[in-house]
Design a protein around this ligand. Structure first.
Ligand SMILES: *Cc1c(COP(=O)(O)O)cnc(C)c1O
Length: 374
C-alpha cells in the first residue's frame, strides 16, 4: 500500500532546488558567513512580510523566546502566563530567564483560553506569553486588552504561525515582541536551526540585536551578558528564497485542511479544534481529537499513514517541572487533550489524493469500530 508521510521535508528543497543552490553558492563564494548582507536582507524581507518595524534573526525559536523575554525586562522571580497546552519550549524559555511559568487551560480552539487568564494574574505577573498553537492565532484583542488593564507586556510564540493573520493583519506586527522558529518542519523552515524576533518597539529590537552577539554593540565592548545566537548567512539566504514560497505553500495547506474539515465532519467520534473568528489559520498542524487516539493511530499506521501527537505529555507533567509541585490532574482539559489529540499528515507537498487516503482510513476505523460499540 502507498504510504502517506506526515510531512515530506525533502520536497521543500526539491521544488525550488535551483534557487536554493544558487543562494548557497552565492554565500559560499562571498567569504562572509555570519552577520553579513544575507542576514540583513532576510531581516528586512521578513519584517516587511509581517508588517513589523523590525526583525532580528537569531539561532532558534527557543532563543527568540528567551531573548524577547530578556528584552522586555523579565527578571528572576517574575511570573509569565503561558498555555498549559503547548510545546515545552515555551515554558523552558520562561525558566531560562529565571521567571516562573503560570499555566492556563485551553479553550475549544485547544489554544490558551483568554477568559481564564485573569485568574492566573498575581502581583508578580509581568508578561503574557500566548502561543498561536497549530497555526491558529489566539484572540489578540483579549490578550492585549488584559495586558493594558494589568500593565503587562506580551511575547507571542508564533513558532507555528508563519503567514497566519488576525483581523486582516499578519501575526508578527505586535507592539512588544513576537518570537518565530525556522526549525525545518515549520511553515517557514530553514535547513537547520533558526529563529527571529519581530517587533514594533525599536528598543526591543536593539536589545535582542545586542544580546544575540555576546551583548556587544561595538567590537570588544560588552554592555550586556549576551549569548551567541546568530542566524548564519547560509540559512538567511535560503530563508529569503523560501519566504517567497510561503503564501503559495500555505494556500496548499489550506486546500488540504478544507478537504479534511469537510470529510471529518461526517465521521463519527472525531472532534476538531474550533476555528476562531477573524483569524486566518496557517495550518501548521491539522489536529483531530478522539477518545480512541492510540487505537486510531495504530489503525492509520497499518493503513500506511504516518501521524504524530502534539503533544503526548504536557509541560506541567514533565520531570523538568516536578519542582513546581503542580499536582497531576490540576489541568484536566490539558490532560484530556494530551490523551486525545492526533495530528494528521499535513504539508505543502501533500496531494488531495493523499488526503483522501487519510480520510478513507479514518472512515474505515470509524465503521470497523462501531461494530464493537454498545
Ligand atoms: C518549534 C517551537 C518552538 C521552538 O522552536 P525551535 O526553533 O525548535 O527552538 C517553540 N514554541 C513552539 C510552539 C514551537 O512549535
Amino acid at each position: 500500500m502507498t504510504s502517506v508521510t506526515f510531512l515530506d521535508l525533502r520536497m521543500t528543497y526539491l521544488e525550488i532546488s535551483d534557487e536554493l543552490d544558487a543562494a548557497c553558492r552565492r554565500v559560499l563564494d562571498s567569504g562572509r558567513y555570519l552577520l553579513g548582507p544575507e542576514l540583513a536582507a532576510f531581516e528586512a524581507d521578513f519584517a516587511a512580510y509581517v508588517q513589523a518595524a523590525a526583525c532580528v534573526a537569531v539561532g532558534s525559536g527557543y532563543d527568540a523566546l528567551v531573548l524577547a523575554l530578556r528584552a522586555i525586562g523579565i527578571r528572576p522571580g517574575d511570573e509569565v502566563v503561558v498555555p498549559a497546552n503547548t510545546y515545552v519550549a515555551t515554558w523552558l524559555a520562561v525558566s531560562a530567564v529565571g521567571a516562573v511559568p503560570i499555566p492556563v487551560e485551553p479553550d475549544e480552539s485547544f489554544g490558551i483560553d483568554p477568559s481564564r487568564i485573569e485568574d492566573a494574574i498575581t502581583p508578580r505577573t509581568r508578561a503574557l506569553l500566548p502561543v498561536h498553537l497549530y497555526g491558529q492565532p489566539v484572540d489578540l484583542d483579549s490578550i492585549y486588552g488584559l495586558a493594558a488593564q494589568y500593565g503587562l507586556r506580551v511575547v507571542e510564540d508564533a513558532a507555528q504561525a508563519h503567514g497566519a493573520s488576525y483581523r486582516g493583519r499578519r501575526v508578527g506586527s505586535s507592539p512588544d515582541a513576537v518570537a518565530w522558529s525556522f526549525y525545518p518542519s515549520k511553515n517557514l523552515g530553514a535547513f537547520g536551526d533558526g529563529g527571529a524576533v519581530t517587533t514594533n518597539d525599536e528598543r526591543v529590537a536593539d536589545t535582542v540585536r545586542v544580546l544575540r552577539n555576546y551583548g556587544s554593540r561595538v567590537k570588544d565592548f560588552n554592555e550586556e551578558r549576551g549569548v551567541n545566537s546568530r542566524l548564519d548567512e547560509l540559512q538567511a539566504a535560503m530563508l529569503r528564497v523560501k519566504l517567497r514560497q510561503l503564501d503559495e505553500w500555505n494556500d496548499r495547506r489550506h486546500r488540504i485542511a478544507s478537504f479534511y474539515r469537510s470529510e471529518c465532519a461526517t465521521i463519527m467520534d472525531l472532534r476538531l479544534p474550533a476555528l476562531l473568528p477573524a483569524t486566518r489559520h496557517a495550518w501548521h498542524l491539522f489536529v483531530i481529537r478522539t477518545m480512541e487516539r492510540d487505537a486510531l493511530r495504530d489503525h492509520l499506521y497499518r493503513c500506511g499513514i504516518e501521524t504524530s501527537v502534539h503533544y503526548p505529555i504536557p509541560p506541567y507533567r514533565q520531570e523538568a517541572y516536578s519542582d513546581l509541585r503542580i499536582p497531576a490532574g490540576a489541568f484536566r482539559l490539558t490532560d484530556q487533550l494530551h490523551e486525545q489529540v492526533l495530528s494528521l499528515p499535513m504539508g505543502p507537498h501533500m496531494s488531495l489524493e493523499d488526503a483522501a487516503r487519510v480520510t478513507d482510513a479514518l472512515r474505515s476505523f470509524s465503521v470497523g469500530n462501531s461494530h464493537n460499540g454498545p
